[in-house]
Ligand binder design. Structure first.
Ligand code: HEC
Length: 125
């Protein structure tokens, strides 16, 4: 997992939030895009249990496993959604999903994680 991070440009690695405020409209858009493009592998709730997951050599991890998902900050998630992680079977979406919509997706993933962050208060993020 570590070498993947090192391919990500510094500008994206240091971001600690998205440039798009997570208003309801952003989350709705993110949810819609997630259902269309992502849930087949990542599962409707981001648990990594979509119908295509079992066919992959590296199944998608659950976004609800923060110890894994927090390896990638918001800018890094944005970058991964655009470029993919080809060696893991995660496709890049930059031709299909524009920059604003990629940020909406990052906001939506963060939204899925919010209840967990509330449980682990004081969690360093
Ligand atoms: C063909 C299956 C597949 C599809 C479709 C897919 N992914 Fe992935 N994704 C993966 C795999 C495999 C990984 C690598 C294992 C991991 O880290 O979860 C991954 C990793 C990721 C990661 C980094 C890991 C993390 O927990 O932050 C993000 C972010 C991500 N995907 C977002 C998305 C989004 C958003 C979409 C839809 C636009 C999407 N993926 C579509 C298979 C897929």
């Amino acid at each position: 997992m570590k070498h993947q991070r090192e391919q990500i440009p510094e500008d994206y690695r240091i971001m600690n939030r998205t440039p798009m405020t997570p208003h309801m409209s952003s989350l709705r858009r993110g949810q819609e895009l997630f259902a269309t493009h992502c849930s087949s592998c990542h599962g409707v709730k981001g648990k990594g249990d979509g119908p295509l997951a079992a066919a992959l050599d590296t199944p998608p991890a659950s976004f609800l496993d923060l110890s894994h998902s927090d390896i990638f900050g918001p800018g890094e998630k944005y970058w991964i959604i655009g470029k993919g992680i080809p060696e893991a079977g995660m496709p890049g979406f930059e031709d299909q999903i524009g920059p604003a919509d990629r940020w909406h997706l990052v906001n939506y993933i963060d939204f899925l994680q919010r209840p967990l962050r509330r449980q682990t208060q004081g969690h360093d993020h």
